[in-house]
Design a protein around this ligand. Structure first.
Ligand SMILES: *[C@@H]1O[C@H](CO)[C@@H](O)[C@H](O)[C@H]1NC(C)=O
Ligand SMILES: *[C@@H]1O[C@H](CO)[C@@H](O)[C@H](O)[C@H]1NC(C)=O
Ligand SMILES: *[C@@H]1O[C@H](CO)[C@@H](O)[C@H](O)[C@H]1NC(C)=O
Length: 320
């Protein structure tokens, strides 16, 4: 059998064709891999598992790129200071906060429980706040919430506070802050409402992340994040929290109401779904160096474990 192509195609041409074939197949392989990596979501998530955070896992890559890498546009004048011709009295009722519904951790004072904590290395999961501190933060929140309401700005709980709300009915016990979010477009109202309250200060370290605290000290504070939104997502305007704070819009609006440490608070419509989406819900996780105890404490003083199945902490806390 004569192979006509060897006669018809000069050697030099055949070589070029083979070379082209290789380039072509390499290109196809490269594009296919790239496509799989980026656009077939389960494959993408496995490949990017070290950089991809929980909140992103079910998002289309195009949405993810569009939102995560979108330019942060800082509204003009947002960080300028505010003059306060009059200081308003805070509109709160402390008796609303100090109720029997505050989540109590008194049983952790029993010696047998403390011994168990030490034995198991669960020191990092001890409560971060004592009752006084907890009430101080809740009071900050109440003052801010009332001021925001007075200017018609809606807010809702976000991030770790949603995890705490769903899993613990209040703060994550070994955590020490409260996070709320307001719409970026209402920044001027937020500023006006929170800047001129007697005894309190608004601190603005980043245009999209403010802190509301007592005039004489920075801690404790209420974290105020700004959000932006489109027709399908709600996300933090501050890029550094966007990893955990990109929520499907249908999970957020219309807002709902829930009970946090005995206090009525506005929350995303489906806060449990959000908490499950952005955190490993059943894994109790404490960051290293997160608690003050650790500064002096050492690993052998019961602070060795940083993450456990929450079930293992059921002798310390009640989970919901
Ligand atoms: C504070 O709240 C309590 C209980 O809801 C109520 O009885 C009391 O009148 C309130 N006080 C003020 C100053 O609003
Ligand atoms: C609560 O903790 C703070 C800060 O560690 C401390 O100054 C305060 O005395 C504590 N209050 C109580 C009642 O233990
Ligand atoms: C979670 O705990 C395991 C075992 O205690 C430990 O090896 C691992 O490093 C922890 N993970 C993180 C992210 O701290």
């Amino acid at each position: 059998m004569v192979n006509w192509s060897t006669f018809v195609t000069p050697t030099i041409l055949r070589r070029t064709w083979n070379g082209k074939c290789k380039i072509l197949s390499l290109t196809v392989t490269f594009l296919t891999c790239g496509y799989l990596t980026l656009f077939v979501i389960p494959v993408r998530n496995v490949i990017l598992s070290s950089v991809i955070e929980y909140g992103w896992r079910d998002m289309e890559t195009s949405d993810l790129i569009r939102i995560h890498f979108c330019q942060d546009k800082e509204p003009e004048g947002i960080l300028s200071s505010t003059s306060c011709p009059v200081l308003h009295k805070p509109q709160v009722n402390v008796s609303d906060i100090i109720t029997s519904s505050l989540v109590s951790h008194d049983h952790l004072l029993f010696p047998e429980v403390q011994r168990r904590v030490l034995e198991k290395g669960h020191g990092r999961f001890l409560p971060a706040l004592n009752l006084t501190q907890k009430v101080e933060i809740l009071l900050l929140y109440k003052v801010a919430a009332a001021a925001l309401e007075s200017v018609g700005v809606q807010h809702f709980l976000v991030d770790g506070s949603l995890l705490g709300l769903s899993r613990h009915g209040g703060f994550v016990p070994w955590d020490d802050d409260l996070d709320v979010s307001v719409f970026l477009d209402s920044w001027h109202l937020v500023k006006k409402a929170l800047s001129c309250i007697e005894g309190f200060t608004l601190y603005k370290p980043h245009f999209a992340h403010w802190k509301f605290h007592y005039k004489d000290r920075l801690y404790p504070f209420l974290d105020i994040f700004f959000y932006m939104l489109d027709e399908s997502y709600v996300w933090a305007a501050s890029y550094y929290t966007r990893i955990t704070y990109i929520y499907p819009k249908r999970f957020v609006f219309p807002l709902g109401e829930s009970i946090f440490e005995g206090m009525k608070v506005p929350v995303p419509k489906d806060s449990l779904s959000i908490a499950r989406r952005i955190y490993e819900y059943d894994l109790c996780f404490a960051y290293r160096g997160h608690l003050k105890h650790e500064a002096s404490g050492s690993e052998d003083k019961g602070y060795s474990i940083s993450n456990v199945s929450c079930q293992e902490l059921s002798y310390m806390y009640r989970f919901y």
